[in-house]
Design a protein around this ligand. Sequence first.
Ligand SMILES: NC(=O)c1ccc[n+]([C@@H]2O[C@H](COP(=O)([O-])OP(=O)(O)OC[C@H]3O[C@@H](n4cnc5c(N)ncnc54)[C@H](O)[C@@H]3O)[C@@H](O)[C@H]2O)c1
Length: 263
Amino acid sequence: MSEATPDMFDLTGETAVVVGAGIGGLGARAAQELSRRGANVVLADHPGRADDLAASAATLAGPCSTATCDVTSEDDVSALMAHAVATFGGLDVVVNCAGAMLRKEFDQTTVEDFERLLRVNTLGNWLLARAAGVQMLAAPPARGGRIVLMSTVYAERVGPIPESAYYASKAGVVNVTRALAQELGPHDVRVNCLAPGVFYPTGMTAALDETPDRLEWFAARTMLGRNGDPDHDFTGPLVFLSTPASSFVTGQVLYVDGGWSAW
Ligand SMILES: NC(=O)c1ccc[n+]([C@@H]2O[C@H](COP(=O)([O-])OP(=O)(O)OC[C@H]3O[C@@H](n4cnc5c(N)ncnc54)[C@H](O)[C@@H]3O)[C@@H](O)[C@H]2O)c1
């Protein structure tokens, strides 16, 4: 890279909001990596995670701030964007790593269960993208806005675990991504979605240590023959979608699954 070539992966001086950054899962890794790349980072998580958020923020070397936000609350989500702008003077990147899972057979899953998953996973991604888009239209980021939503390898397929509410709620994120990418594209705001395979361990997957055969089954589904390492396999794709490195990429689902979806 010549001295005159800007580093397309650099985020110095930009503001990034990372939701679901409290308990040391994929969101905490995202916050650490965006901070390492120079971003001012707002770490957010559910109001019940305020203590975890403070601990997560303490792992960042660069400027950061914390805010609680329930992604199913329109008011919380709007307040989060306002907090980022008030604290750091703008909004360039929003990453949503908040999510909920429910392992339950179809005949045990209640309407309330199903609606809760839709609210956290589908509505939550839409509310965050909507609020980010509104803010980015009001004050356009110099290098274009970047919104990164979160689906799963199950975006367009299902797996062996009975979790119909989870599968349905994460499939919806794909068309939330495409639809908002279409509406925001003319304003130079890009919306993409990550679709991870199994990353172990995180808050969501820690319980898999009780079923090692299932972990092995997941690993065998991939072309690489292993599950994702939260420390090494997640932040590269996340940085790609969060920076000008992906300046002509929008409305896409990026599978980060060791080849699982490519069979
Ligand atoms: N770990 C994996 O293998 C994997 C695979 C595919 C997709 N994903 C997705 O990646 C995202 C992060 O997963 P993770 O493995 O880091 O899980 P995690 O449980 O470690 O993190 C999820 C975070 O979401 C937060 N959250 C839950 N409900 C919320 C709400 N209403 N408002 C705000 N925050 C809320 C939790 O407090 C937690 O911090 C999730 O969307 C998950 O579905 C994970």
